[in-house]
Design a binder for this molecule. Structure first.
Ligand code: ATP
Length: 350
């Protein structure tokens, strides 16, 4: 398909019988970008990826590679490399043969021989010494690197990764995540990565799309999505959060006063549009690391229920009336009654 610039989905809808898997997905993924689709089980991540790959065709809407509509273009002509959750390696082929299989339907790039290409790729994924082994002589992480090398063998324009680490233990996932990111950066290959793990999505992506119920809730850099969640769903799904629902009772300059069950909080969202008019219902959120003991503003008394020691911080769950709030701090708090507070600028209006 020639050299592909960016990857676009425009109002893509996909229905399977009476299940609507994708309900109008629009995305614009830039060349060389590491782009992640993240969301809970069943939200449509895999269907989006399969639609990009040409393994599903949209019920309506358009997929474009480099500005060209790819409707009707079969997977093998889309220049995509795919890695699935289950490594799908051939058990009775050596590692070299498995990687070479990636060149069955495409020539190696730059006039290389198959042998040269396979050697380069094994080098790239740090498996140089393992070419003669069979998959069952490798760890899960190593098998997934073989699958990655196989997908990259024909130098695809787009790399599609569907939960490639979910079968690995936490420690191995972190190692492989760094390797995948390094390889992607080195090659500059446009990558679409599917995961249900929001922490992984924050750690690995240039940008991510948070999905829910077949729709995209928000697209942004990890920092934008974390610091400025657009919806309640994003605020709660990406990282932990405390949601407060109340009623606007006043304004003073940039600050809005919101009453939550009789307690008044001053919030300054920092956005140009001042949120809500008087008596409007308003929801805002405060991250656990922004709820602190000893801050002067927005104080309220809680009763600590449980503490989880996490190493560099401790996570506390505390009761405030009939709600539970979560806060995280490096200090240890003994005793159960505490006064928490937060800076008005750390509240985000949803
Ligand atoms: P998971 O993280 O569990 O893999 P997902 O976000 O990748 O979930 P999809 O696999 O894209 O979600 O599924 C989205 C919705 O479409 C789900 O409700 C699913 O049951 C449905 N679905 C997916 N594939 C099919 C199919 N071939 N036939 C019928 N329904 C399907």
């Amino acid at each position: 398909m020639g050299s592909v610039a960016d990857l676009e989905l425009a109002a893509v809808r996909k229905a399977f019988a009476d299940t609507v898997a994708l309900d109008g997905v629009t995305l614009d993924i830039a060349e060389g970008e590491f782009f992640t689709l993240v969301g809970p089980s069943g939200c449509g991540k895999t269907t989006t990826l399969r639609t990009i790959a040409g393994l599903e065709s949209p019920s309506s809407g358009t997929v474009r590679f480099g500005g060209e509509d790819v409707a009707g273009v079969p997977t093998e002509d889309r220049d995509v490399g795919i890695v699935f959750q289950n490594y799908a390696l051939f058990p009775h082929m050596s590692v070299r043969e498995n990687v070479a299989y990636g060149l069955k339907f495409a020539d190696p790039p730059d006039g290389q021989s198959v042998d040269e290409r396979v050697t380069d790729l094994l080098d790239l994924v740090d498996l140089s010494g393992m070419g003669d082994r069979e998959p069952d002589q490798l760890s899960g992480g190593q098998q997934q690197r073989v699958a990655l090398a196989r997908a990259l063998a024909p130098a695809p324009d787009v790399l599609l990764l569907d939960e490639p680490m979910s079968a690995l233990d936490a420690r191995l996932r972190e190692t492989l995540r760094r390797q995948v990111k390094r390889i992607q950066t080195e090659l500059g290959v446009t990558t679409v990565y599917v995961t249900h793990d929001q922490a992984e999505a924050l750690a690995i992506s240039d940008r991510l799309a948070v999905m829910s119920d077949g729709a995209v809730e928000q697209v942004g850099t990890p920092r934008e999505v974390y610091e400025r969640p657009a919806t309640e769903f994003v605020a709660s799904f990406v990282g932990e959060n405390n949601l407060f629902r109340g009623e606007v009772v006043g304004r003073d300059g940039d600050e809005t006063t919101v009453a939550v069950d009789g307690t008044e909080f001053r919030i300054d969202d920092g956005s140009r549009d001042r949120p809500g008019g008087a008596n409007d219902r308003l929801t805002f959120c405060v991250r656990p690391e922004d709820l602190t003991v000893g801050v002067e503003a927005n104080r309220f008394e809680v009763a600590v229920d449980t503490a989880e020691f996490l190493g560099e911080t401790t996570r506390y769950y505390a009761d405030w009336g009939d709600r539970t709030v979560v806060f995280r701090t490096p200090e240890a708090h003994d005793g159960d009654a505490l006064v928490l507070g937060f800076d008005p600028a750390d509240a985000r209006v949803l």
